[in-house]
Design a protein around this ligand. Structure first.
Ligand code: COA
Length: 141
């Protein structure tokens, strides 16, 4: 059974750290000291589990009326099954419930089409973050 929940870092960290390490540090070669930051503590974390295993995650950070989405990751063997889309929609819904007027994210260039399907629009130039090309994308709520 696949379950999706939103929770605090205190509850999420032991569940999401192994997946983020695998996807970002191992697969995408993000330096480990860039993967963990002070925003995890204040973020809301989406966790998708299947058979007691974490297979997807993402986080939401509220800055006044702007909600920043990030750290979207789905286990490689579970991609293209709609899990990322469910996480993104749950984070957007959470942002609305917390009073956000806009969602913002830094999309890896390969994932622009994934976010565009949920109506995010690219803004500004491509820039480097952790050695990976990104573009800012926004969704007015
Ligand atoms: C990006 C990521 C989270 C997407 O999760 P996913 O579960 O594979 O995505 P979904 O299956 O929910 O895809 C939803 C839709 O987006 C499309 N899509 C997914 N990834 C895509 C990509 N990289 N490029 C273009 N379209 C993509 C799917 O085809 C699907 O389209 P459909 O609704 O028309 O069928 C996942 O590929 C991942 O973890 N990648 C590695 C980490 C990463 O790059 N994170 C993003 C950082 S910005």
């Amino acid at each position: 059974m696949i379950e999706l929940s939103i929770t605090s870092w205190a509850e999420a960290q032991s569940l999401v750290k192994p997946l983020r390490y695998q996807v970002f540090v191992i697969e995408q070669k993000v330096p480990e000291d860039m993967e963990w930051d002070e925003f995890d503590e204040i973020a809301w974390h989406a966790i998708v589990t299947a058979d007691n295993q974490t297979i997807g995650t993402g986080r939401l950070i509220m800055h006044d009326r702007i909600a920043k989405i990030g750290r979207m990751a789905v286990q490689s063997s579970r991609r293209n099954q709609g899990i990322g889309k469910s996480i993104l929609n749950e984070l957007i819904q959470t942002a609305k419930e917390k009073g956000a007027q806009e969602c913002l994210l830094h999309a890896q260039v390969h994932a622009i089409a994934f976010y565009a399907k949920e109506d995010f629009e690219p803004h500004g130039p491509i820039f480097d973050e952790a050695g990976i090309p990104h573009v800012e994308m926004r969704l007015i709520l």
